[in-house]
Design a protein around this ligand. Structure first.
Ligand code: S3P
Length: 178
């Protein structure tokens, strides 16, 4: 296990459960919750869909990286990230510095059931959202795997079950009292 900061960082595709599991983990471990999408929204003063529509994806990605520069390795927080955070190598390095990276995994059908009809995911507002999801997944899957210290399959598990799995799997590697 590499030396890293005190945070637990959740990465994974849209719909993998990062937000729900992150909330539950923060409550379970009594840690602060930091959500990079919320920080980006706060910095730009717009909802994510509006950021993509009015300012463009590139501006969203730049702001995402800026937000990561503000995270501290000394802060034992739960960091929830947006699904595209692994697209920039710089982001992965910044996240590896702040904490242990846990990747939440789900099969593509499960992901589509969870987010396929969501109107708050700008990247899936296409004529064929399942096809788009599959294309994005193919590009991103190796990036999630390369970035993660730990992978947890969430398909068929409840939020509470996944939360417990994360706690169990991190416990031996982690001096935090759980
Ligand atoms: C994105 C995922 C979203 C959000 C933005 C871009 C992506 O977050 O950051 O819409 O590129 O996969 P969630 O993973 O929480 O849906």
């Amino acid at each position: 296990m590499r030396e890293c900061g005190r945070a637990i960082v959740l990465i994974g595709f849209m719909g993998s459960g990062k937000s729900a599991v992150g909330r539950a983990l923060a409550a379970r471990l009594r840690l602060r919750r930091i959500d990079t999408d919320e920080l980006v929204r706060g910095k730009l003063g717009l909802p994510i869909s509006q950021i993509f529509e009015r300012l463009g994806e590139e501006r969203f990605r730049e702001t995402e990286t800026e937000v990561l520069h503000g995270l501290s390795p000394d802060d034992p927080a739960i960091v929830i990230t947006g699904g595209g955070i692994i697209l920039r190598a710089e982001n992965v390095q910044l996240l590896q510095r702040v904490g242990t990276i846990v990747c939440l995994i789900a099969d593509q059908e499960t992901l589509f059931e969870r987010v396929g009809r969501s109107t708050s995911r700008p990247l899936l507002q296409t004529p064929n959202p399942l096809g788009t999801l599959r294309q994005l997944y193919a590009v991103r899957e190796p990036l999630y795997r390369a970035a993660a210290d730990l992978e947890i399959d969430t398909s068929g598990f409840s939020v509470d079950e996944v939360t417990e799995l994360v706690v169990e799997k991190l416990a031996p590697q982690d001096a935090r009292s759980m």
